[in-house]
Design a protein around this ligand. Structure first.
Ligand SMILES: Cc1ncc(COP(=O)(O)O)c(C=O)c1O
Length: 373
């Protein structure tokens, strides 16, 4: 059998090695090193924000964002059911109530028309999550947040380098968050970032990241934080990656267009939308959804592809169907049919930065073969 094609392989052929060597040569390896500040400043500038707060991963960025906004018992936060569990962890742990909305069947992002019906006097915030390659339709979300005096957390983990109507993803939230896991458009191995224009929120996030040590009275604490500090080594890699962001986004756009060309006309497949009226897809990963007439579900398709050497990943599993949350009594009897269908019929193909055209072609041929009579 030809080599297995992994679902993701990063590309680290810019200044990564040089900057890492600088960390080693100078001995700056902790979060105190100069690359952290440089990475924060350049990243924040890239998405048009005043502050960047580098953290250990995208989940931690979300945890800190929810805590920084003071969300807790009695509060409700509206978010999509179709997302990663990172989005809901701190909402639940804080004692607040997560309130779910279903997804749009074509963009796979939260269905913005469902938000307003979920607002109550206890609603404090909306968590908008950009998924797979196209942003959430932000104008209606911003209008609703403003009309009801709600905070907006924007999870842009998957859409580094994407824009909404020309404005960078990550420029919309009171707090916006990113992940630099190796399958993202830029990576630091593990890592994340919070960005904001609000000086006070930025200070709070910096405190939460660093155990809420206090200037002057270091070991006296007024609040419980975490150690979420990014190391200089990670920031060095991040800075080298950031220098090439435009190129990396273009690379993924080409990859997405190529998959679409190679898979066009397969009758059982719903392919990602190449564009909406507010954005062109940047294909964080190339997701596909099996249409109802496909004679197998995503699990079976992924099994057959793995047997033929093609790595895949399932789509997210909805929050209202998570055993851990059901056991807490959350979302009893709630149904979100679009998310349920995406979870059962959707998965993504090898989509890493290092994927070659030959590998892509082979993956597409094997996918087509699933539907051959
Ligand atoms: C939408 C979204 N939010 C948050 C995260 C969490 O990021 P991390 O894996 O860096 O914790 C991810 C992870 O891939 C994600 O896809």
């Amino acid at each position: 059998m030809p080599d297995f094609i992994p679902v993701n392989e990063p590309l680290l052929d810019g200044n990564e090695k040089r900057y890492l060597a600088e960390c080693i040569d100078t001995g700056w390896i902790s979060s105190e090193g100069p690359f952290v500040r440089r990475f924060e400043e350049r990243f924040a500038a890239r998405v048009g924000r005043r502050h960047g707060i580098a953290v250990t991963n995208g989940t931690a960025a979300l945890d800190a964002a929810v805590e920084a906004l003071g969300i807790g018992p009695g509060d409700e936060v509206i978010l999509p059911t179709f997302t990663i569990i990172s989005c809901i962890n701190q909402i639940v742990r804080s004692g607040a109530t997560p309130v779910l909305v279903d997804s749009d069947p074509l963009t796979w992002n939260l269905d913005v028309t469902q938000i307003e019906a979920k607002i109550t006097p206890r609603t404090r915030a909306i968590l908008a999550v950009h998924l797979y390659g196209l942003p959430v339709d932000m104008d209606p979300v911003l209008a609703i947040a403003q009309r009801h005096g709600l905070k907006l957390i924007e999870d842009a983990a998957e859409l580094i380098g994407q824009t909404y109507r020309g404005r960078p993803c990550g420029s919309f939230g009171d707090l916006s968050t990113f992940s630099f896991y190796p399958n993202k458009h830029i990576t630091t191995g593990e890592g994340g970032m919070i960005v904001t224009d609000d000086d006070a929120l930025a200070d709070t996030c910096r405190g939460l990241r660093n155990l809420c040590f206090q200037p002057g009275k270091r070991f006296v604490h007024e609040r419980l934080g975490w150690n979420l500090r990014m190391t200089n080594l990670q920031a060095a890699v991040g800075l080298a990656q950031l220098e090439r962001l435009d190129e990396l986004v273009e690379h993924k756009r080409r990859m997405g267009a190529r998959y679409t060309e190679l898979l066009a006309g397969v009758p059982g497949l719903q392919l990602p939308l190449p564009a909406t009226d507010y954005a062109d897809n940047i294909y964080w990963v190339y997701g596909i959804v099996l249409k109802d007439d496909a004679p197998f579900d995503a699990e079976e398709a992924m099994r057959r592809l793995a047997a033929r050497g093609i790595g895949t990943r399932p789509f997210f599993w909805p929050m209202h169907e998570q055993p851990v949350l059901s056991r807490m009594g959350l979302f009893r009897g709630e149904r979100y049919p679009v998310a349920e269908r995406l979870a059962r019929r959707g998965f993504y193909l090898p989509s890493g930065m290092a994927l070659s055209e030959a590998q892509q072609e082979r993956a597409a041929v094997v996918v087509r073969g699933l539907f051959a009579p």
